[in-house]
Design a protein around this ligand. Sequence first.
Ligand SMILES: C[C@](O)(C(=O)O)[C@H](CC(=O)O)C(=O)O
Length: 289
Amino acid sequence: MSLKSRLAGSDILVAPGVYDGLTATLAQQAGFEALYLSGAAVAYTRLGRPDIGLTSVSEMTDTMMLIRDRVDLPVIIDADTGFGNALNAQRTMRLYERAGANGLQVEDQTYPKRCGHLADKSLISKSEMASKIAAMADARLSSETLIIARTDAIAVEGFDAAIDRAEAYLEAGADVLFIEAPRSGTELKRVAETFRGRVPLLANMVEGGATPIRNAGDLEALGFDIVIFPGGIVRALARAAQDYYGSLRTNGSNSPFADRMFDFDGLNGVIGTADMLAQGRRFDGNEEQ
Ligand SMILES: C[C@](O)(C(=O)O)[C@H](CC(=O)O)C(=O)O
């Protein structure tokens, strides 16, 4: 089912963060209907760096292609600022679509851009962002690909300015709105009350970030249509990896950690090694097999 038609349904769409073929595979196996390819998660894992605009459009496109080759679920991808002005954003649109993305999230920050939950953000003007959204809509290869317009204005210009910007972005052609980092339950509720029923709304749950954490059911009841959990997987894996390396360093062996990790067959089961080898045998030119 396309992302667009899925959003016509009444249940909230829960899109966990992913950043490579393995996390995409695991999320699909867990039963999620869509994935969120998080720029933050790519920065955290591939660069070991914060989400401050260091990752490039090529690295994100490459990651999108790897994920699309592995899973067939709809993917929403982080386009950051579009990686520059409207012309860069148009190129990002085409590259991401060709790589297999189904929805692009673009934000109104300027460089240096930051994670929406960090301080000291700065914005391009409302009209420049509206033009960027129109430019992306113009460049879009398929009308099925959604443009998710994000405003970071709450922390910079205040809540009312954020709502005003979101209205302008909707007018400019955004398919989904993402008001980044509401600071309280009241702000979350006001976002939902303002746009519910007019346009699909996305909520972003960042553990320890500016927005109080709500579960998917609560967000659905408020009127949100999509919720992303972009960096949670990296926070979980980073903790597990820290424990793992600590244990190996201390013990000189993985045996004490064995009940917290897959063994050889276990991981092969997760990634589907047997099926893939069987498929390879069909094409190895040996009629006997
Ligand atoms: C949604 C986000 O843009 C992302 O890169 O996943 C980040 C999330 C994060 O930093 O954890 C954001 O700016 O909210």
